[in-house]
Design a protein around this ligand. Sequence first.
Ligand code: ADP
Ligand code: GLC
Length: 481
Amino acid sequence: MKKKVLFVASECVPFVKTGGLADVVGSLPKYFNQEKYEVRVIIPNYICIGSEWKEKMNFITNFYMDMAWRSQYVGVLEMLYEGIQYYFIDNEYYFAGDKPYGYIHEDVEKFAFFSKAALSILPVVGYQPDIVHCHDWQTGLIPVYLKDSFHGSEFFVNIKSIITIHNLKFQGIWNIPAVQDATGLDMSYFTSDKLEAFGDANYLKGGIVYADYVTTVSHTYAEEIKTPYYGEHLDGLMRARSNCLCGIVNGLDYQEWNPGTDTMIAKNYSDKTFRTDKVKNKLALQKELGLETDKKKMLIGIVSRLTDQKGFDLIDCVMDELCQDEIQIVILGTGEDRYENMFRHFAWKYNGKVAACIYYSNELSHKIYAACDAFLMPSQFEPCGLSQLMSLRYGTLPIVRETGGLKDTVESYNEYEETGTGFSFANYNAHEMLAAVRYAESIYYDKKRSWNKMAERAMKVDFSWNNSAKQYEELYVQVSP
Ligand code: ADP
Ligand code: GLC
């Protein structure tokens, strides 16, 4: 009999995405052995999901669900997409707005509703999973509810839960009276061995305490979060759960991210043809973004949420120095005003040399991964990171700080042994980053053969889901034999 797994998450490509979580939830389910595993996915039916997807959803049913003193509408829609069964939970009050997340006080109620509804629809749609695989704080209440109100029912009693931490920084924290009111959980849950942390209620903590197993998205991050620097005040809990905690590094959807077949880029190329063809993407992008067209100039890319996690303070500190070099920089990202404005300022100051695209565009992101020579990702912390994997796949050499998944996926260049797939630096220090970028520049301009060999190695490393999906399969068997 197939093992049944249910993914529950707050975002999923191609329907709705704010970051790497959506890439993982939208691609990993396709990579399990279909003969042994059946994976279905539940996400919210946000109003902001595009009409091209809404048209393809089928309405199954609706019912009313008790949430504390409220009775809330739960609509259930479904869609079979690329072989995976998706369910969308509908409620126009909670899932309104032009993006998935808004104010935290609204989000805690929204995701309490979503977590309870995700379990409540299972008997209705007739899917009884062996394991519910939860992702991030938005689904942290699911392991709690499974041990609480749902535990009495025969349908739920044997269901195990796993929670994957994609980012420990976001925990879903709000005051206890409000969370108690939103969740309907008994006051006995709000103690320091359960959902309470530092006087407030904490959804992710609830998930970590109550899940049968906890994973995160790289080996290094799984170790880092047991320390105070990376532990976001939960390092003690991470240490306490360390016998049920492991890191499984993310993979990429190699069908979507393939320079050989990508329809969004100017010129396709492979690890055999990139020496002549990749540069055509650079010329096309330089033209499109108003950069000086020069196929020899080293082009460095950044595609990112613009938040402090990603190390933009380092870039801010040395950007003027960096812009004295023979390089061009292209940024695609949205986020905090201070970083959006910082990049707009540099694009104005170094017109023709720096391009700032302060918006979201999947298509432009593909063009940047294909066009650039190097990709800069100096993160302060990075649970896994997918952008550097996309860069590697497109032969665009990552320059990264040695943290979390960046450390696990980018092998630093060793000029003596001619090994490595990128460049790295250890400390969160702007001049260390600058030195790493300048070292990369020197290899690019003075040792082109070594650069190209490195790009070839980068394109050949395997970060498809194949390996990691197997590790999840083993974990599912361990948790639910
Ligand atoms: P995180 O999840 O922390 O944001 P990841 O590196 O895991 O970081 O994933 C980021 C994903 O979001 C990548 O697929 C990246 O290409 C994409 N992305 C980030 N910002 C943008 C943007 N402005 N336009 C298009 N894609 C973006
Ligand atoms: C988070 C992390 C990122 C990771 C992604 C998917 O957004 O910040 O490092 O790659 O989740 O797991």
